[in-house]
Design a protein around this ligand. Structure first.
Ligand code: 5GP
Ligand code: MN
Length: 332
Protein backbone atom coordinates (compact mmCIF):
# COMPACT_ATOMS: atom_id res chain seq x y z
CA UNK A 1 0.00 0.00 0.00
CA UNK A 2 1.29 3.48 -0.80
CA UNK A 3 1.70 5.73 2.19
CA UNK A 4 -0.73 8.61 1.90
CA UNK A 5 0.28 11.69 3.86
CA UNK A 6 -3.15 12.95 4.66
CA UNK A 7 -3.36 15.68 7.33
CA UNK A 8 -5.11 14.95 10.62
CA UNK A 9 -8.61 16.32 11.11
CA UNK A 10 -8.80 20.04 11.84
CA UNK A 11 -7.47 23.18 10.15
CA UNK A 12 -5.43 22.80 6.96
CA UNK A 13 -3.59 25.31 4.78
CA UNK A 14 -3.93 25.19 0.98
CA UNK A 15 -1.07 22.64 0.76
CA UNK A 16 -2.82 20.47 3.37
CA UNK A 17 -6.09 20.74 1.46
CA UNK A 18 -4.26 19.69 -1.71
CA UNK A 19 -2.88 16.67 0.15
CA UNK A 20 -6.39 15.66 1.24
CA UNK A 21 -7.59 16.02 -2.37
CA UNK A 22 -4.67 14.08 -3.85
CA UNK A 23 -5.39 11.17 -1.50
CA UNK A 24 -8.87 10.67 -3.00
CA UNK A 25 -9.62 8.97 -6.29
CA UNK A 26 -13.23 10.12 -6.34
CA UNK A 27 -14.74 13.30 -4.95
CA UNK A 28 -18.21 14.78 -4.50
CA UNK A 29 -18.04 18.59 -4.53
CA UNK A 30 -20.96 20.49 -3.04
CA UNK A 31 -21.71 24.21 -2.83
CA UNK A 32 -24.41 25.78 -0.67
CA UNK A 33 -28.08 25.44 -1.60
CA UNK A 34 -29.41 28.14 -3.95
CA UNK A 35 -25.78 28.68 -5.03
CA UNK A 36 -24.43 32.11 -5.88
CA UNK A 37 -21.47 32.58 -8.22
CA UNK A 38 -18.94 32.00 -5.38
CA UNK A 39 -20.51 28.66 -4.40
CA UNK A 40 -20.83 27.60 -8.06
CA UNK A 41 -17.48 29.03 -9.19
CA UNK A 42 -15.46 27.51 -6.33
CA UNK A 43 -16.92 24.00 -6.73
CA UNK A 44 -16.71 24.02 -10.54
CA UNK A 45 -13.15 25.41 -10.73
CA UNK A 46 -11.94 22.86 -8.20
CA UNK A 47 -13.80 20.10 -10.04
CA UNK A 48 -12.11 20.99 -13.34
CA UNK A 49 -8.68 21.10 -11.63
CA UNK A 50 -9.27 17.69 -9.99
CA UNK A 51 -10.33 16.17 -13.30
CA UNK A 52 -7.04 17.35 -14.77
CA UNK A 53 -5.11 15.29 -12.18
CA UNK A 54 -7.25 12.25 -12.93
CA UNK A 55 -9.75 12.39 -10.08
CA UNK A 56 -13.30 11.19 -10.63
CA UNK A 57 -15.50 14.24 -9.81
CA UNK A 58 -19.18 15.01 -9.43
CA UNK A 59 -20.58 18.44 -8.47
CA UNK A 60 -23.95 18.97 -6.83
CA UNK A 61 -25.97 21.56 -4.94
CA UNK A 62 -28.49 20.62 -2.30
CA UNK A 63 -32.21 20.90 -2.98
CA UNK A 64 -35.10 21.09 -2.63
CA UNK A 65 -34.95 24.34 -4.63
CA UNK A 66 -33.89 24.09 -8.30
CA UNK A 67 -30.34 25.12 -9.11
CA UNK A 68 -30.20 28.70 -10.45
CA UNK A 69 -29.42 29.43 -14.10
CA UNK A 70 -25.99 30.87 -13.37
CA UNK A 71 -24.70 27.36 -12.58
CA UNK A 72 -25.37 26.14 -16.13
CA UNK A 73 -23.50 29.17 -17.49
CA UNK A 74 -20.40 28.17 -15.48
CA UNK A 75 -20.69 24.37 -15.87
CA UNK A 76 -18.84 24.07 -19.18
CA UNK A 77 -18.29 20.32 -18.81
CA UNK A 78 -21.68 19.22 -17.50
CA UNK A 79 -20.21 18.18 -14.15
CA UNK A 80 -23.31 19.11 -12.12
CA UNK A 81 -25.78 16.38 -11.19
CA UNK A 82 -29.13 16.68 -9.46
CA UNK A 83 -28.83 16.26 -5.68
CA UNK A 84 -30.96 13.07 -5.95
CA UNK A 85 -28.22 11.56 -8.16
CA UNK A 86 -25.22 12.60 -6.02
CA UNK A 87 -23.20 9.62 -4.67
CA UNK A 88 -24.68 8.36 -1.38
CA UNK A 89 -21.35 7.70 0.37
CA UNK A 90 -18.59 9.59 -1.43
CA UNK A 91 -14.95 8.69 -0.75
CA UNK A 92 -14.25 12.40 -0.16
CA UNK A 93 -16.85 15.14 0.23
CA UNK A 94 -15.65 18.70 -0.47
CA UNK A 95 -17.94 21.51 0.69
CA UNK A 96 -17.26 24.93 -0.83
CA UNK A 97 -18.67 28.22 0.51
CA UNK A 98 -20.74 26.36 3.11
CA UNK A 99 -20.72 27.59 6.70
CA UNK A 100 -23.02 25.01 8.27
CA UNK A 101 -24.31 21.51 7.51
CA UNK A 102 -27.83 22.82 7.02
CA UNK A 103 -26.60 24.83 4.01
CA UNK A 104 -26.08 21.51 2.19
CA UNK A 105 -29.88 21.25 2.01
CA UNK A 106 -30.96 17.70 1.16
CA UNK A 107 -27.26 16.69 0.84
CA UNK A 108 -26.58 17.31 4.57
CA UNK A 109 -26.50 13.56 5.27
CA UNK A 110 -23.45 13.18 2.99
CA UNK A 111 -21.23 14.76 5.67
CA UNK A 112 -21.52 11.74 7.98
CA UNK A 113 -21.82 9.24 5.09
CA UNK A 114 -18.59 10.37 3.39
CA UNK A 115 -15.29 8.55 4.00
CA UNK A 116 -13.61 11.91 4.59
CA UNK A 117 -14.59 15.56 4.24
CA UNK A 118 -12.93 18.88 3.49
CA UNK A 119 -14.61 22.27 3.93
CA UNK A 120 -13.29 25.29 2.00
CA UNK A 121 -15.05 28.41 3.24
CA UNK A 122 -14.72 32.07 4.25
CA UNK A 123 -17.70 32.63 6.52
CA UNK A 124 -17.23 34.16 9.97
CA UNK A 125 -20.15 31.95 11.02
CA UNK A 126 -18.42 28.65 10.06
CA UNK A 127 -19.69 26.06 12.54
CA UNK A 128 -16.72 23.66 12.38
CA UNK A 129 -18.61 20.81 10.67
CA UNK A 130 -16.68 18.29 8.57
CA UNK A 131 -13.21 16.82 8.97
CA UNK A 132 -10.56 19.08 7.36
CA UNK A 133 -11.09 22.84 7.35
CA UNK A 134 -9.55 25.36 4.99
CA UNK A 135 -11.56 28.25 6.40
CA UNK A 136 -10.45 31.88 6.52
CA UNK A 137 -12.99 34.65 7.23
CA UNK A 138 -10.39 37.21 6.10
CA UNK A 139 -10.76 35.96 2.52
CA UNK A 140 -13.24 37.93 0.39
CA UNK A 141 -14.47 34.80 -1.41
CA UNK A 142 -14.19 31.02 -1.38
CA UNK A 143 -12.71 31.16 -4.88
CA UNK A 144 -9.58 32.88 -3.53
CA UNK A 145 -8.95 29.85 -1.31
CA UNK A 146 -9.70 27.51 -4.21
CA UNK A 147 -7.23 29.43 -6.38
CA UNK A 148 -4.52 28.71 -3.77
CA UNK A 149 -5.47 25.01 -3.61
CA UNK A 150 -5.36 24.70 -7.41
CA UNK A 151 -1.83 26.17 -7.34
CA UNK A 152 -0.83 23.58 -4.69
CA UNK A 153 -2.25 20.82 -6.90
CA UNK A 154 0.18 21.99 -9.59
CA UNK A 155 -2.63 22.61 -12.07
CA UNK A 156 -1.97 25.52 -14.39
CA UNK A 157 -4.49 28.33 -14.57
CA UNK A 158 -6.20 28.65 -17.96
CA UNK A 159 -9.41 30.19 -19.26
CA UNK A 160 -11.52 27.21 -18.23
CA UNK A 161 -10.44 27.59 -14.61
CA UNK A 162 -10.28 31.38 -14.68
CA UNK A 163 -13.94 31.86 -15.71
CA UNK A 164 -15.66 30.27 -12.68
CA UNK A 165 -13.02 31.75 -10.35
CA UNK A 166 -13.58 35.24 -11.76
CA UNK A 167 -17.37 34.97 -11.49
CA UNK A 168 -17.10 34.04 -7.80
CA UNK A 169 -14.53 36.73 -7.06
CA UNK A 170 -16.58 39.41 -8.81
CA UNK A 171 -19.76 38.47 -6.96
CA UNK A 172 -18.42 38.08 -3.46
CA UNK A 173 -16.34 41.28 -3.61
CA UNK A 174 -19.42 43.22 -4.75
CA UNK A 175 -17.72 43.93 -8.10
CA UNK A 176 -14.30 44.54 -6.42
CA UNK A 177 -15.75 46.97 -3.87
CA UNK A 178 -14.24 44.78 -1.14
CA UNK A 179 -11.19 42.59 -1.11
CA UNK A 180 -8.61 45.35 -1.60
CA UNK A 181 -5.60 45.13 -3.92
CA UNK A 182 -5.38 41.34 -3.43
CA UNK A 183 -8.76 40.81 -5.09
CA UNK A 184 -7.86 43.12 -7.96
CA UNK A 185 -4.51 41.36 -8.42
CA UNK A 186 -6.23 37.97 -8.57
CA UNK A 187 -8.85 39.49 -10.91
CA UNK A 188 -6.05 40.68 -13.23
CA UNK A 189 -4.42 37.25 -13.12
CA UNK A 190 -7.73 35.59 -14.05
CA UNK A 191 -8.37 38.01 -16.93
CA UNK A 192 -4.82 37.38 -18.18
CA UNK A 193 -5.53 33.65 -18.00
CA UNK A 194 -8.52 34.12 -20.31
CA UNK A 195 -11.60 35.11 -18.28
CA UNK A 196 -13.31 37.84 -20.29
CA UNK A 197 -15.35 39.91 -17.80
CA UNK A 198 -17.81 41.20 -20.37
CA UNK A 199 -18.88 37.91 -21.96
CA UNK A 200 -18.70 36.16 -18.62
CA UNK A 201 -20.88 38.69 -16.79
CA UNK A 202 -23.38 38.71 -19.67
CA UNK A 203 -23.57 34.91 -19.63
CA UNK A 204 -23.83 34.62 -15.85
CA UNK A 205 -25.91 37.67 -14.89
CA UNK A 206 -26.83 39.45 -18.10
CA UNK A 207 -30.19 38.38 -19.40
CA UNK A 208 -33.58 38.67 -17.73
CA UNK A 209 -37.09 37.98 -18.98
CA UNK A 210 -39.03 41.10 -20.03
CA UNK A 211 -41.81 40.27 -17.56
CA UNK A 212 -39.29 40.72 -14.76
CA UNK A 213 -39.46 44.50 -15.16
CA UNK A 214 -43.05 44.62 -13.91
CA UNK A 215 -42.37 42.13 -11.12
CA UNK A 216 -39.34 44.12 -10.01
CA UNK A 217 -41.37 47.33 -9.98
CA UNK A 218 -43.98 45.67 -7.77
CA UNK A 219 -41.48 44.35 -5.24
CA UNK A 220 -39.43 47.55 -5.07
CA UNK A 221 -42.60 49.67 -5.07
CA UNK A 222 -43.61 47.84 -1.89
CA UNK A 223 -40.30 48.57 -0.11
CA UNK A 224 -40.57 50.19 3.31
CA UNK A 225 -38.12 52.16 5.42
CA UNK A 226 -37.96 52.00 9.19
CA UNK A 227 -35.59 54.79 10.28
CA UNK A 228 -35.55 53.77 13.97
CA UNK A 229 -34.38 50.20 13.39
CA UNK A 230 -30.81 48.99 14.01
CA UNK A 231 -30.19 51.55 16.74
CA UNK A 232 -31.22 54.43 14.48
CA UNK A 233 -29.19 53.34 11.43
CA UNK A 234 -32.45 52.30 9.76
CA UNK A 235 -33.85 49.30 7.92
CA UNK A 236 -35.06 49.19 4.31
CA UNK A 237 -37.03 46.05 3.53
CA UNK A 238 -39.18 44.52 0.81
CA UNK A 239 -41.16 41.30 0.39
CA UNK A 240 -41.18 38.81 -2.49
CA UNK A 241 -44.33 36.66 -2.63
CA UNK A 242 -44.16 32.90 -3.41
CA UNK A 243 -45.46 33.25 -6.99
CA UNK A 244 -42.84 35.88 -7.86
CA UNK A 245 -40.16 33.91 -6.00
CA UNK A 246 -40.76 30.75 -8.01
CA UNK A 247 -41.32 32.46 -11.38
CA UNK A 248 -38.26 34.73 -11.07
CA UNK A 249 -35.91 32.69 -8.88
CA UNK A 250 -32.78 33.82 -10.75
CA UNK A 251 -33.76 37.48 -10.71
CA UNK A 252 -35.00 38.18 -7.19
CA UNK A 253 -31.51 37.68 -5.70
CA UNK A 254 -30.42 40.96 -7.28
CA UNK A 255 -33.01 43.00 -5.37
CA UNK A 256 -31.24 43.16 -2.03
CA UNK A 257 -28.44 45.16 -3.69
CA UNK A 258 -30.98 47.72 -4.86
CA UNK A 259 -32.49 48.01 -1.39
CA UNK A 260 -29.02 48.42 0.06
CA UNK A 261 -28.25 51.32 -2.25
CA UNK A 262 -31.06 53.24 -0.59
CA UNK A 263 -30.25 52.21 2.99
CA UNK A 264 -27.36 54.61 3.64
CA UNK A 265 -25.52 53.46 6.77
CA UNK A 266 -28.44 51.23 7.64
CA UNK A 267 -29.45 47.68 6.82
CA UNK A 268 -31.33 46.28 3.82
CA UNK A 269 -33.37 43.08 4.04
CA UNK A 270 -35.18 41.17 1.32
CA UNK A 271 -37.84 38.87 2.73
CA UNK A 272 -38.61 36.14 0.21
CA UNK A 273 -41.48 33.77 0.88
CA UNK A 274 -40.01 30.88 -1.10
CA UNK A 275 -43.15 28.82 -0.61
CA UNK A 276 -46.19 29.57 1.55
CA UNK A 277 -45.00 29.86 5.16
CA UNK A 278 -41.30 29.39 4.31
CA UNK A 279 -39.08 32.50 4.32
CA UNK A 280 -35.56 33.17 3.17
CA UNK A 281 -34.11 36.49 4.34
CA UNK A 282 -31.14 38.15 2.66
CA UNK A 283 -29.46 41.07 4.44
CA UNK A 284 -26.88 43.67 3.46
CA UNK A 285 -25.24 46.43 5.51
CA UNK A 286 -21.99 48.24 6.20
CA UNK A 287 -20.63 45.72 8.71
CA UNK A 288 -22.03 47.68 11.69
CA UNK A 289 -24.18 46.22 13.13
CA UNK A 290 -22.61 42.81 12.49
CA UNK A 291 -25.16 41.01 10.30
CA UNK A 292 -23.41 37.67 10.76
CA UNK A 293 -24.30 37.95 14.46
CA UNK A 294 -27.89 38.95 13.66
CA UNK A 295 -28.34 36.10 11.16
CA UNK A 296 -26.73 33.52 13.45
CA UNK A 297 -29.11 34.52 16.26
CA UNK A 298 -31.99 33.89 13.86
CA UNK A 299 -30.71 30.47 12.75
CA UNK A 300 -28.65 31.50 9.70
CA UNK A 301 -25.19 32.91 9.12
CA UNK A 302 -22.96 34.91 6.80
CA UNK A 303 -20.58 37.84 6.99
CA UNK A 304 -20.66 41.15 8.87
CA UNK A 305 -21.96 43.03 5.81
CA UNK A 306 -23.93 40.25 4.05
CA UNK A 307 -25.84 37.51 5.80
CA UNK A 308 -29.05 35.55 5.72
CA UNK A 309 -31.36 33.15 7.48
CA UNK A 310 -34.39 31.00 6.84
CA UNK A 311 -37.44 30.36 8.98
CA UNK A 312 -41.11 29.51 8.84
CA UNK A 313 -43.54 32.32 9.54
CA UNK A 314 -47.18 33.15 8.88
CA UNK A 315 -46.31 36.57 7.45
CA UNK A 316 -43.64 39.22 7.04
CA UNK A 317 -44.38 40.79 10.45
CA UNK A 318 -43.41 37.51 12.12
CA UNK A 319 -39.99 37.85 10.47
CA UNK A 320 -39.64 41.58 11.07
CA UNK A 321 -40.33 41.42 14.82
CA UNK A 322 -37.38 39.13 15.70
CA UNK A 323 -35.25 40.81 13.03
CA UNK A 324 -35.78 44.28 14.52
CA UNK A 325 -35.01 42.90 18.00
CA UNK A 326 -31.73 41.29 16.87
CA UNK A 327 -30.70 44.37 14.89
CA UNK A 328 -31.29 46.53 17.97
CA UNK A 329 -29.29 44.10 20.14
CA UNK A 330 -26.41 43.97 17.64
CA UNK A 331 -26.39 47.77 17.32
CA UNK A 332 -25.95 47.79 21.10
P1 5GP B 1 -27.23 36.05 0.20
O1 5GP B 1 -27.99 37.15 0.80
O2 5GP B 1 -26.40 36.50 -0.98
O3 5GP B 1 -28.04 34.82 -0.07
O4 5GP B 1 -26.19 35.60 1.30
C1 5GP B 1 -25.33 36.50 1.93
C2 5GP B 1 -24.38 35.73 2.81
O5 5GP B 1 -25.10 35.13 3.89
C3 5GP B 1 -23.70 34.58 2.10
O6 5GP B 1 -22.39 34.48 2.59
C4 5GP B 1 -24.51 33.38 2.49
O7 5GP B 1 -23.75 32.21 2.50
C5 5GP B 1 -25.01 33.73 3.86
N1 5GP B 1 -26.36 33.19 4.07
C6 5GP B 1 -27.47 33.56 3.40
N2 5GP B 1 -28.55 32.86 3.84
C7 5GP B 1 -28.11 32.03 4.80
C8 5GP B 1 -28.72 31.04 5.64
O8 5GP B 1 -29.93 30.78 5.58
N3 5GP B 1 -27.93 30.37 6.49
C9 5GP B 1 -26.59 30.63 6.57
N4 5GP B 1 -25.86 29.92 7.43
N5 5GP B 1 -25.97 31.56 5.81
C10 5GP B 1 -26.71 32.25 4.94
MN1 MN C 1 -18.86 33.17 -0.65
Amino acid sequence: MTAVTRPAAGPVDPAGAAAVLRAASSVLLVGHLRPDADAAGSTLALAVALRRIGTDVVVSFGGPDPVPGLVAALDEHGLVVDSADAPEAPELLVCCDISSEQRLGDLAGRVSAAGDSLVIDHHASFTGFGNHHLVDPQEPATVTLVRAVIAELGVELDAELARPLFAGLYTDTGGFRWGGPGALRLGAELVEAGADPRTLMDAVFGTRPFAWLAAEATVLGGARRDPDAAGGAGLVWAVVDPATASRFRDQTVTLVGQLRATAGDGVAALLTETEPGQWSVSMRGTGTPDLSRVATALGGGGHAAAAGFERSAGGAEEILGPLRAELAAAAG
